[in-house]
Write a protein that binds this ligand. Structure first.
Ligand code: BG6
Length: 469
């Protein structure tokens, strides 16, 4: 098959500040929600940061980023997706003045990227709300968050207006439905959080996101600002019409987020849901107008698909990327139980594009696996990660299929291009990278970096603009 990727396709990799930077209180950084999540979503947050939290040191990217970006450049990256840790810029979140040392760090980081012709793609909020905002304000339930976010956004947009062109407002914004603390800095536990407060919090995020689009375009009309959603196509478990409707309704819960971001208004199916659940979203004067500042592109993560059924006896919830559903009997799964479905990526890309006709950016995709560092024939340390190469290869072929279907795609950043701490389980043994980092869950390791087999494979993919696939 002759795979065609457009000229200027943005090939690269993605990470998030809290999963790799470490230096959790260096240079004036405040604590974030991640600093009190030593086991990811697997247990309740702790009061204060504890030593068993792998993210406090991460892979020490904060001090080693020059070495890492050099390796990304060696692979030929055109783009590098990372996030700004909000609590480096506003340590508590509600200050009026930013922390200059935090700003300087990202200046240096973006300069380092540009040195190699790598374009930064920046997530403004990636699961790392300043902890003070969670504890004092209950996160996005509180309308004051819009003001704090706006101040933060104005600060970074003005500061980096000539260094960053591509921005994402909230990472996987729809994950707030299941993980309000991690995703929305909401301190109230999910079981105590009313639907009213949850959807009001979502409304506040929509307003903040649309304001970011408005302000960003005023500051630099060349900015491209996207939303970021966790995409997971939901298939009916059987052809029974009840299963189809159930799948559609589950899908609506997620599509709602991309719909508002792309169309600028609430869809009818959500109005019905609000009515049936006694939810009244409070719109402040001007909110409807603000929402009309729709995103320039849709970005999304894609790891897996899932199924839905109306049959109560078959509603077994499988493992999965935050919003898992009923397992698909036709698919195999990763070591962490995430079902592997490359064609689901082609499907989801067609679906987004047909729905919005806006360009897409695949900003996360990859395989979390246990890797073995071995010594090869030349005495070099390497990981023979053919399983990762196969996963990425199969998914990229489907990206090419979607492009052939007419879908407009800006780029692809594979998740965790260098090993980092996992979000759901906060482990390091779940590795995604092209670059192996010698650090382990017991805290041991030298933090040395090693090229995996996939490193050389991805380099060739980029060099050939996908022709080598
Ligand atoms: C996405 C997140 O949900 O999936 C990332 O945006 C996360 O932050 C990635 O790391 C993979 O999940 P995990 O739990 O394997 O790290």
């Amino acid at each position: 098959m002759n795979l065609q990727f457009p000229e200027g396709f943005l090939w690269g990799g993605a990470v998030a500040a809290n999963q790799l930077e470490g230096a959790y209180q260096d240079d004036g950084k405040g604590w974030s929600t991640q600093d009190v999540m030593p086991h990811g979503i697997k247990s309740a947050p702790t009061e204060v940061p504890t030593d068993d939290n792998m993210k406090l040191i991460g892979i020490d990217f904060y001090h080693r980023y020059k070495e890492d970006i050099k390796l990304f450049a060696e692979m030929g990256f055109k783009v590098f997706r990372t996030s700004i840790a909000w609590s480096r810029i506003f340590p508590k979140g509600d200050e009026l003045e930013p922390n200059e040392q935090g700003l300087q760090f990202y200046d240096d980081l973006f300069d380092e990227c540009h040195k190699y012709g790598i374009e930064p793609l920046v997530t403004i909020s990636h699961y790392e709300t300043p902890l003070h905002l969670a504890r004092e304000y209950d996160g996005w339930v509180n309308r004051k968050m819009v003001e704090f976010y706006e101040r933060y956004v104005r600060t970074i947009f003005n500061r980096y207006k000539n260094k960053v062109k591509y921005w994402l407002t909230f990472n996987e914004i729809n994950s707030i439905l299941e993980f309000p603390f991690m995703s929305g800095g909401i301190n109230t536990p999910l079981e105590k959080l009313s639907k009213q407060d949850l959807y009001q919090a979502i409304h506040h995020e929509f307003i903040a996101s649309a304001l970011a689009v408005k302000i960003g375009h005023e500051i630099n009309p060349d900015f491209k600002i996207g939303c970021m959603v966790l995409s997971m196509p939901i298939y009916p478990l059987t052809p029974h019409p009840d299963d189809l409707i159930k799948a559609m309704q589950s899908d609506h819960k997620n599509m709602f987020f991309a719909d508002v971001h792309s169309r600028g208004y609430y869809p009818g199916y959500m109005k019905r849901f609000f009515k049936e659940n006694g939810i009244h979203i409070h719109f402040e004067p001007g909110d409807e107008e603000i929402l009309k500042h729709t995103v320039d592109f849709i970005s999304f993560s894609y790891y897996m698909s899932t199924c839905e059924t109306a049959d109560p006896e078959k509603q077994i919830r499988g493992e999965g990327n935050l919003l898992g559903g009923v397992p698909n009997p036709y698919l195999e799964a990763s070591e962490w139980g995430w079902q592997i479905d490359p064609q689901g990526l082609r499907y989801v890309m067609n679906m987004f594009y047909d729905r919005y006709q806006k360009p897409l950016f695949i900003v996360e995709n990859g395989l979390g696996a246990v890797d073995q560092l071995v010594v090869d024939g030349n005495g070099e340390k390497i990981v023979n990660d053919d399983y990762r190469i196969n996963y990425l290869q199969d998914h990229l072929v489907q990206v090419a299929e979607a492009i052939a279907d007419g879908v407009e795609v800006m780029g692809y950043t594979s998740w965790g291009c260098i090993d980092l701490v996992s979000a759901t389980s906060a482990e390091l043994k779940k590795r995604y990278g092209f670059i192996y980092v010698d650090r382990h869950d017991d805290g041991s390791g030298t933090l040395e970096r090693y090229r995996k087999k996939s490193f050389h494979w991805y380099k060739e993919v980029i060099e050939s603009n996908g022709q080598s696939l």
